[in-house]
Design a protein around this ligand. Structure first.
Ligand SMILES: [Zn+2]
Length: 302
């Protein structure tokens, strides 16, 4: 768990981190989280706490329904529990939503009214900011952009459906395609296969930049899928700014031309030349700053 004390204008004044005592259960996690907050506050008067959690949350009630990283949390009312412990308001949201809010507040999307952000990591998370506020949808699950279907007959996604953009343009999807291109499986033997299995999205991107045709094919497929999905997001919302974060966004130089081809081909009634494709600017601080913005009480809408 990482935390920071943040000034009202977004300057980070102090940072701290503690390991999450997952094996010790919800009470221990609450205790560690409260300790982290007290340590960060020190003698400063703190107004509120913003908490970003990977997983499904009720923003309104401060409840985490489930979190893949914290399997002992089931319908955990972490917001109200931490608020009682600290005597402070606690606001809870999904971490990818807070990435979007942070990038909108102080990062790549500063100054635009609306944006869609997708984090291209192990999976693909996302967040939607409309008129400066997070859009949560009816059930609080808006912005799960990774599960936008780009080919109903495509590869299996971690969610159980087929052909989600996450199955192509996440780190997992890129590694799957790289192994497929090279006809290597995790049980393959030999030095060449071991080299392929050791590759990461970064090393595959480096190969593509050097002209390796298989690496270029992998990014062509990922970029096309990402472009199809991006066109759907922007089309549905009439939003002109898309921000890509996460490790795979380091290959945006390879992906963006392919995304542009799909936007040019697919957008209806929107001018593809006006679409801004941006790389996230705040790195790991996007979530922290989004949580701070949420705590300032202006981040949550819809
Ligand atoms: Zn999926």
């Amino acid at each position: 768990m990482r935390g920071a004390r943040v000034a009202p204008h977004g300057r980070i004044l102090a940072r701290a981190r503690v390991s999450t005592p997952v094996a010790d259960g919800p009470d221990a996690i609450l205790g560690a989280l409260a300790g982290l907050c007290r340590n960060l506050a020190g003698r400063t008067r703190v107004a509120a706490v913003g908490l970003g959690v990977p997983g499904a949350v009720s923003q309104r009630r401060g409840v985490v329904f489930s979190s893949p990283n914290i399997p002992c949390w089931h319908d955990e009312p972490i917001g109200p529990r931490l608020a009682r412990r600290l005597g402070l308001p606690v606001l809870v949201d999904n971490d990818a939503n807070l990435h979007a809010l942070g990038e909108h507040w102080l990062g790549a999307g500063k100054g635009v009214p609306n944006l869609v952000l997708a984090t291209l990591g192990t999976g693909i998370g996302g967040g939607i900011v409309l008129r400066g506020r997070l859009w949560h949808g009816d059930a609080g699950r808006a912005g799960e952009l990774g599960h936008t279907v780009v080919d109903p007959d495509g590869p299996l996604c971690g969610c159980g459906a087929t052909g989600c953009v996450e199955a192509y343009a996440s780190a997992t999807g890129i590694l799957r395609a790289w192994r497929f291109e090279n006809r290597v499986t995790p049980s393959s033997r030999g030095a060449a296969a071991r080299r392929i299995l050791r590759d990461t999205p970064e090393t595959i991107a480096a190969r593509a930049r050097r002209g390796d045709p298989r690496a270029l094919a992998v990014f062509a497929e990922a970029g096309r899928a990402l472009g199809v999905a991006t066109a759907s997001w922007l089309q549905a919302l009439d939003v002109h700014t898309v921000v890509f974060g996460g490790g795979v966004a380091g290959a945006l130089d390879l992906l963006e031309p392919l995304v542009r081809i799909e936007l040019d081909a697919r957008l209806f009634g929107l001018d593809a030349r006006r679409i801004r494709i941006l790389r996230a600017a705040l790195g790991d601080d996007a979530g922290i700053l989004g949580a701070a913005k949420l705590a300032l009480g202006k981040g949550s809408g819809g």
